[in-house]
Design a protein around this ligand. Sequence first.
Ligand code: CP
Ligand code: NVA
Length: 311
Amino acid sequence: MELNSEEIDKILDLATVLKKEAKQRIFRKLLMDKVLAMIFQKPSTRTRVSFEVAMLQLGGHAVNLSISELQLGRGETIEDTGRTLSRYVDAIMARVYNHEDVVKLAKASSVPVINGLSEHYHPAQILADLQTLLEAKGKLKGLKVAWVGDGNNVCNTWLIGAALMGIDISIATPEEYRPLKEAVDNAQKIAKDTGAIIEIIDDPVMAVKDADCVMTDSVVSMGFEQERDKRLKVFIPKYQVNGKLINRAKSDAVFMHCLPAKRGEEVTDDVIDGPKSLVWDEAENRLHSQKALLCYLLLDENEIFRNLSHS
Ligand code: CP
Ligand code: NVA
């Protein structure tokens, strides 16, 4: 919600250049001496490693801080943590249980704060997803994405991302697992300008009809483990992305999933390992799009373009 369509376009353009040039390492000084603090209240594979490698490959450094290592774990406030870290580092990325924590952290910090996933949103993921879809389809505007499954943090953020980029999105979830009202309202407001069509229904077959991309995510997100049995009964098999369902989408439709996947639950092996699946490119693009995001937040535009023109 803090980026507009033009800013996302710029970040995606930069991500494309950084990806193309990744092997040459010509941007290895772009973030020289910059430091990113990473706070993790929940586990992570992709977010943890891609942010750390992004900083390292651009000449900076990342400090990984799990909750048990911080005074935060012993009751220091998130605001005081942000005020302190702001005196040492250039940016903070935080993965939190309560979205309010990342909001408080951002308010108290004097450096940029990136949401590395909360129970409500996962914006760093959606930048990578947009990059992946753009690579596959050559455009974003006018595409149709189908989301099948839980109306969770990734789905909420996709609503915003789709609305901003003029992508139609059809979300099929059970009635009691609809996306966040705030995300739906904001997406609908943005869509009035961009022309994106936003649809929230309960029928996965209708959602995937004419879709260019079918997406899903775990039906038991981190923090909801105690609801596992109940959720599996509601979601599986109706909201499983399997060969039969994806074949109802366009013939050239692609499959995306932020990972980690629970194979055999929200997605079957034939889909995630099949020819339509982009999940490994999607995971890789976390690295490139986050490099672009970090440059966007930490450098002024002239500095970025000066570096690009030297390439
Ligand atoms: N997609 C994603 O954020 O993965 P991790 O939980 O492994 O970071
Ligand atoms: N919805 C998932 C995403 C994991 C990257 C979760 O919150 O656990």
